[in-house]
Design a protein around this ligand. Sequence first.
Ligand SMILES: [Zn+2]
Length: 235
Amino acid sequence: MSTEQFHFDVSGIRVDVIRKDIRNIHLAVYPPTGRVRLSSPLSIKTESLRLFVISKLGWIKRHIRNMNTQIREPELEYIQGESHWVQGHRYLMNIVEVDAAPKVVLRNKTWMDLYVRPDSSLAKREEVVKEWYRDLLKEQIPGLIAKWEEKLNVSIEDWGVKLMKTKWGSCNIEERRIWLNLELAKKPIHCLDYVVLHEMLHLKERHHNTRFYELLDTFYPAWRNVREELNEVVY
Ligand SMILES: [Zn+2]
């Protein structure tokens, strides 16, 4: 399969282009620097790609801007007033120091109250929040799996949640087990729904081939939008 890589500039923004054997144009803005990448079918001319990018400039700039505001805190510090995302909504962290078991409580659609013991370490605070995210996902995943088991007429043996660096989910076809990325707790719930479906679809079709994408089109017609959302929004 032939591929071709090059780049061009639009309004001072560098766009990395890869032409390859695909059917649609994909545009993404990647963290942490806001790198703009365009994947294109082989047949589309450079000038058309340039026009396409120009038509999306507002969208691109918005994403770069969001990235700059959110990624400027490259590591979360779990301190007062810090932004934390829960299923697509931004909450501000409010630290409540108490001598009791730690917990997380969302309040007034605004605050993420983090109850911890006085002088708790960053590592401890992080652990409390991550466990809370994990519990949140574990409440929601069984219902989504049951829904897709019925619609797809497949069944899975087991599932789990873990932190993954490079993907949103994975499927072990032989064991009939799916893994879901803990970070999905920060995304809108339809993103979780899509990833559950995607991984379970691998029980019907192992590879990302035409049949796989046809199945996705059938069961989740808007899946491309969700995939973009997963790639683009920064947390
Ligand atoms: Zn896949």
